[in-house]
Design a protein around this ligand. Sequence first.
Ligand code: HEC
Length: 177
Amino acid sequence: MISDSGAAATPREGAVKRALVFGVLIALGGVAVFSLVIQAVPYGRDHTNPPVGLEPVWDSPQTRELAVRACFDCHSNETVWPWYSNIAPVSWLIQRDVDKGRAKLNYSEWDRPQDEGDESAEELREGDMPPWFYPIPDPKRRLSGLERASLIRGLEATFGTEGNEGGEEHDDDDDDD
Ligand code: HEC
C-alpha cells in the first residue's frame, strides 16, 4: 500500500483500518469457537489408568524411581496426567503417545508377555526414548546427564540387553550442562 508521506489519515484509510480490525476479530472469534467445540471430542478425555499388575524386578529402587520419572507416563498404568492433558488438541497427542507406548511396553503389566523390555536401555542410550516430541514436556521429568547414565545402567541390570548391544561404543559424554 502506498500513501502520500505526511498526509493525515483520510476517511478512506480509516475505513480500511476498521475493516481490518473487524476481520481480525471475526477470525479470533472463529478460532475461539473452534477451540471450544473440539473440547467436546471424547477421545483423550478418559484418564482412568488401568489397574497396576506385576512390575519387573527392578535392580534397585533408584532405577525404578528414575524410570517412573522418565518413562512411566507412557509405559505404565500409573500415568500422571498433567492439567493440559485435558485440553484438546494437546490431549489427543498425549493420549496417542500413552496408548502406543503402553502397547509396546508396559512396566505395570509384567505378568503379561513384554517383548521390548530388553530394548529399554538401548532406546534411552540412543536418545530414541523418551521421544523428543513430547507435547509440553514437564521439566521435572527431565533427567540430568548423571541420572540418565544411571538409568541406562539400571535398565541394563534389570532387563539385560538385546543381543550384542555394542558395549562402550555409544559412550557419549555430553557435557552440555
Ligand atoms: C511421551 C511418551 C513416552 C515416554 C515418556 C517414553 N516413551 Fe518409550 N515409547 C513411546 C511410544 C509412543 C512408543 C512406540 C513408538 C512407536 O511405535 O513408534 C515407545 C516405544 C518404546 C520402546 C519400544 C521400542 C520400539 O520398538 O519402538 C521402548 C523399549 C521404550 N519406548 C522405552 C522407553 C524408556 C526406557 C523410556 C524412559 C527413559 C521411555 N520409553 C519413555 C512413548 C514414550
